[in-house]
Design a protein around this ligand. Structure first.
Ligand code: PMP
Length: 415
């Protein structure tokens, strides 16, 4: 099977593993002939098997056009430049050595420079480099919450966040998302009803899965609420640089209650596994300790490759501009195909990022796979809501010349 498709299907499977927590888990004993520890056989809703994974494994993957995964387009990974930079960086043997848990100073400085605004300079000491932003999320959840604590999260919400929070046995409270991001009225009402969140999770720019951007007015209200009710806001923002118009990203107002997460996965390479976290020094101290316990540090070589590429400002800016243009074109092609073949669907038009969200579309994933197209059904992202008539279509990695065919296939099985 083609590597990219394999990864894509893997992501869908992971997506569903994360959310199919009501599906009955297949025991380890049933999957292997060995004798796993009896402790592992205990039913545990944090780690459930996936019905859809089985579906995907049996699907004839080579015939399927995937609009499922949130992967960058392979052709947008700057492979030659990465290879040359890796060779260059490795000339200094310290690139092959252990490094500090908080991250390589060169990368923390490059990121601080990138994130700084005249009115809000970023101190490199307030950053921790993580093994992807997924690890940042995991470390924050583990450092700042206890089992049973409540997290308010966008509904529909990012599956990887749901997975991490469920694994930490948090109670998830879904807050609806509209075109302006999380509804702060609904959040306020939940708090008034006694929700008492310890954490609140949002994607400020081009949310996964709906593509929504949090309005600046809501961003301000969110931080006011966090300060008043003493919870942390996790602003997980991997798509912030991918505005098709080049518009500046929305940032939450600075506050000790805000923890910002970012990633090089969408703009440079997910395989490097480089992400970051920016927060108040007290949070940074705790997270750094958790990071030490988890993996000592993110690979030195990968961090130095990123630092070197970001420091070549003309190249980095041109690279980002080409990503915006390419993903913008992909969005246009998908949007046109959706409007042509699925005129009945309600589309949320994204202004950046990787995803297009559809409402009012009755399509069964199994039927779609039979027709030769994969997507992620809305219910995979649902926290409390019923999203059985919604779907996330990704335009980031499907070949441009297959998108129309994919939508034509989807239309044959849509009701
Ligand atoms: N947050 C969001 C909203 C994402 O969409 C993703 C990637 N799917 C991640 C975090 C994880 O990114 P990383 O590769 O940096 O771990």
């Amino acid at each position: 099977m083609d590597r990219q498709l394999q990864a894509t299907l893997g992501e869908v499977a992971r997506d569903h593993t994360a959310t199919d927590h009501h599906a009955s888990p297949m025991s380890l004993a049933a999957r292997s002939n060995g004798h796993p520890s009896p402790n592992l056989l205990t039913r545990d809703d944090r780690w459930s098997a996936s019905v859809i994974r089985d579906l995907l494994v049996h699907a004839r993957a080579e015939d399927i056009i995937s609009l499922a995964g949130g992967l960058p387009a392979t052709e947008m990974l700057p492979a030659e430049r990465l290879s040359a930079t890796a060779a260059q960086v490795l000339l200094d043997p310290s690139a092959a050595q252990y490094g500090p848990s908080a991250g390589e100073p060169a990368l923390r400085e490059a990121l601080a420079l990138d994130l700084s605004r005249p009115e809000e300079p970023v101190d490199p000491n307030d950053l921790v480099i993580t093994t992807g932003s997924q690890q940042a999320l995991d470390l924050v959840v583990r450092s700042l919450s206890r089992p049973g604590d409540t997290v308010c999260i966008e509904d529909p919400g990012y599956i990887g966040a749901v997975q991490t929070m469920r694994a930490s046995q948090m109670h998830l409270h879904g807050v609806p998302v509209d075109a302006e991001g999380m509804s702060i009225d609904a959040l306020e009402a939940a708090i008034a009803d006694g929700a008492a969140p310890q954490l609140c999770y949002v994607n400020p720019n081009f949310q996964n899965p709906t593509g929504a951007v949090l309005s600046p007015e809501r961003a301000t209200r969110l931080v006011e609420l966090a300060e008043r009710h003493e919870f942390f806001v996790i602003a997980d923002d991997p798509y912030r640089a991918l505005s098709f118009s080049g518009a500046a990203p929305v940032d939450l107002p600075p506050s000790p209650h805000v923890i910002r997460l970012g990633s090089m996965s969408k703009t440079l390479s997910p395989g490097l596994r480089v992400g970051w976290l920016h927060a108040h020094p007290d949070v940074i101290e705790r997270v750094t300790l958790a990071k030490q316990g988890a993996d000592l540090h993110t690979p030195t070589l990968n961090q130095l490759i990123v630092a070197s590429l970001m420091s070549d400002t003309p190249w980095w800016n041109a690279h980002l501009a080409s990503l915006r243009a390419s993903y913008g074109q992909r969005r246009d092609v998908l949007l046109h195909a959706v409007r042509t073949h699925l005129p009945q669907a309600t589309v949320r038009v994204p202004e950046g990022g990787f995803f297009l969200w559809l409402d009012d579309l009755g399509v069964d994933l199994a039927a779609a796979l039979d027709a030769g197209v994969a997507f992620v059904p809305g219910h995979a992202f649902a926290i409390n809501s019923d999203l059985s008539l919604s779907a996330r279509l990704s335009f980031s990695s499907a070949p441009l010349d297959q998108i129309d065919t994919a939508l034509r296939r989807l239309a044959t099985v849509a009701s």
